[in-house]
Design a protein around this ligand. Structure first.
Ligand code: CUO
Length: 676
């Protein structure tokens, strides 16, 4: 019998030479150019082991190779959980590779890709293995399809020249400017935004083996990461003269926002279904999903009632108090819901996930047109749709309601005796730059999408997609801090808050705190006397650089040293650095730049010993640390996650010497800098 063999071309592209049970095998004796792709022309052949035991894959039967796979669908979640378990159970690396090869072509490709990536992220023996960015595996989910057609034509023409093909992804291709929501398309359809979201849900699966799902403060991070996305989105709306997102609280009304994604599904070569303007939601009754709106409403009411009562009930009827430390974590897992961690999924249901499901099937709720779900059904694509932010605002409001019922922070929680922040600024690198004026602009960049494009003879890493995205000029924070005490450690927390809304009306502190954007968080040593703290914007604890998400053009990027290499390889979770700042306005838009230094002795987390050093999770504010506890003991979003004792931000910083703020102006320049 044939021994399965991996064949590897340059640029790490891997294809399989397959035994006869694989469907790709059909191509073997077809035209030369096709068979070449699977056999000859290879630099390296890696034999793989026979499987010790062939797995029974019947558990995945319900999801055919051509169905869309959704992480919001409970059946699909179950299937994924079993596949992840199977991958984790492989006794060693060789058997894991064989198992991956065996399952890859037998299972739904998106299911496979998800479970395989989760397994790589969680197996001990694959710590060093890179997870290819989702935009590179399934570029159709990110790129306007006519651009792919251009690429296919180009690829066949330049097959032998070795020139790189540049495919231009057009801007503003999903709607015209008749649609107000289109002003935010650059944010919603950003490749970095969507791949971050995919990666986050990969690192924090909602179901599956407990060891994989049960991560420190997972539910709280579900709340906080999505809350921060909304703070950023709302602020971005102000920059574009749009009002805050209205929560989708009423599932019985029309949804004014339509969305026509025009991107390809990864499984059936169709474009994702669209949702017309003013669509009504209906009960979903399909072979692949069934959920009544009334059921979701019932779950919503139960969750809200529990928040009012201050406790939830677990499945044996015990009351679990929703306290200020663990309450948000319990609610996060129960509202999302994580089927593995929800305290009582029978009673509280699956509120957030089933909302995604109902919305994603709005165009064909009873399967009469044989249509699959829209972009809201998939974590890879959901953030493209304006309704994503409406649904998540509804979810976020539930969390915020809980937080609002807690006591406001008091002086002992907020203060840091003897520490005073005397001066704060943020400044661009140029020597003549003005303090506290920052700059955004458009930039054209390239990403290599070849891993997911199989275009015949030249499909060997030669396809680059150029796209235009928002960018910010790098800047440095400088803070002067006086420490009237012994040497000690602080945690420096940096936020920016919009000062006014879309109509130029000043925002109250209670509104500002819900819109506060976390920019960075890091520990700092404070010597007695005066200290100057400097920090680069590129070191942000929320963001990752462009190079981390995509293989950059040519050989230009060479990671320096083992540490950087490790980071480059497997760290795709993190907000894209190019969207670290909101866009601002051409005439400049004012923000409050807020800095707080809290007492590290109250923030510190004792990490378990013997956890391997983690080069990866530099965006720990949003993504945590791999295999470790969340590295900040305060509740996420501190100090803006709860009500504050003062009437305005100026009063707050006036009352606490360890806080300071300054006006920050963000100026947007409407020109495109071409890096592609
Ligand atoms: Cu990330 Cu709704 O949780 O998409």
């Amino acid at each position: 019998p044939l021994e399965p063999v991996f064949t590897t071309r340059d640029q790490g592209k891997t294809v399989l030479e397959l035994p006869d049970s694989f469907y790709t095998d059909r191509y073997r004796n077809d035209a030369d150019d096709v068979s070449n792709r699977f056999s000859q022309n290879v630099e390296l052949k890696i034999p793989i082991q026979e499987l010790a035991r062939k797995p029974n894959l019947d558990f995945a039967k319900k999801l055919s190779l051509k169905n869309q796979f959704s992480l919001f669908n409970s059946n699909h979640q179950d299937i994924a959980g079993k596949l992840i378990q199977l991958f984790l159970d492989a006794p060693n690396l060789k058997q894991f590779v064989s198992l991956a090869a065996f399952t890859k072509d037998r299972l739904n490709p998106v299911l496979f890709q998800y479970a395989y990536a989760v397994a790589i992220a969680h197996r001990e023996d694959t710590r060093e293995v890179p997870i290819t960015n989702i935009s590179q595996v399934f570029p159709g989910n990110f790129v306007e399809p006519s651009a792919l057609k251009d690429a296919r034509q180009e690829a066949s023409v330049i097959a032998d020249t070795g020139n790189r093909v540049h495919v231009d992804i057009p801007r503003n291709y999903t709607a015209s400017d008749r649609e107000d929501e289109q002003r935010l398309a650059y944010f919603r359809e950003d490749i970095g935004v969507n791949s971050h979201h995919w990666h986050w849900h990969l690192v924090y699966p909602a179901s599956g083996p407990v060891a994989v799902v049960n991560k420190d403060r997972r539910g709280e991070l579900f709340y906080y990461m999505h809350h921060q996305i909304l703070a950023r989105y709302n602020t971005e709306r102000f920059c574009n003269n749009l009002k805050r997102v209205q929560p989708l609280s009423n599932l019985r009304g029309e949804i004014p926002e339509g969305y026509f994604p025009k991107i390809l599904s990864s499984v059936n070569n169709r474009t994702y279904p669209s949702r017309i303007s003013n669509q009504l939601l209906r009960d979903v009754d399909r072979p692949d999903a069934s959920i009544e709106i009334a059921e979701v409403e019932r779950w919503r009411d139960r969750v809200l009632a529990s928040i009012d009562q201050g406790f939830v009930e677990n499945s044996s009827g015990q009351r679990i108090p929703l306290d200020e430390v663990t309450g948000i974590d319990i609610l996060g897992n129960l509202i999302e819901a994580s089927s593995t961690l929800s305290i009582n999924s029978q009673y509280y249901g699956n509120l957030h996930n089933q909302g995604h499901t109902i919305i994603s099937f709005a165009h064909d709720p009873d399967f009469r047109h044989l249509e699959e779900f829209g972009v809201m059904g998939d974590v890879t694509t959901a953030m493209r749709d304006p309704v994503f932010y409406r649904w998540h605002t509804f979810v976020d409001n539930i969390f915020n309601k809980f937080k609002t019922l807690l006591d406001p922070y008091n002086a002992s929680q907020l203060g840091f005796d003897g520490v005073s922040v005397d001066y704060v600024e943020a400044k661009l690198g140029a020597s003549n730059a003005q303090a506290n004026t920052l700059l955004t602009y458009w930039q054209k960049s390239s990403a290599d999408l070849a891993a997911g494009l199989d275009f015949g003879p030249s499909a060997d890493g030669n396809i680059f997609a150029s796209f235009t995205h928002l960018q910010n000029a790098p800047f440095t924070y400088t803070f002067n801090v006086t420490n009237n005490g012994p040497k000690r450690t602080g945690t420096c927390r940096i936020f920016i808050c919009p000062k006014v809304d879309e109509r130029n009306q000043p925002l109250r502190l209670e509104e500002q705190r819900l819109l506060a954007i976390e920019m960075d968080k890091f520990t700092c040593e404070l010597l007695p006397g005066e200290n100057t703290i400097r920090r680069e914007s590129s070191d942000s604890s929320v963001a990752i650089p462009f190079e981390r998400s995509f293989r950059p053009i040519g050989a230009a990027y060479q990671p320096k040293g083992a540490d950087e290499l490790a980071r480059f390889r497997f760290c795709g979770c993190g907000w894209p650095q190019h969207l670290l700042l909101p866009k601002g306005k051409p005439q400049g838009m004012l923000f409050d730049l807020f800095v707080m230094i809290s007492d590290y002795s109250q923030d510190a987390v004792q990490q378990p010993t013997n956890t391997p050093n983690d080069a990866c999770s530099t965006a720990y504010s949003f993504c945590g640390l791999k295999d470790k506890l969340y590295p900040d003991k305060r509740t996420m979003g501190f100090p803006f996650d709860r009500r504050l004792p003062n009437a305005s931000l100026a009063e707050l910083t006036g009352a606490f010497s360890n806080m300071a703020k300054t006006d920050l102006k963000i100026v947007f320049s409407d020109r495109i800098v071409d890096k592609a």
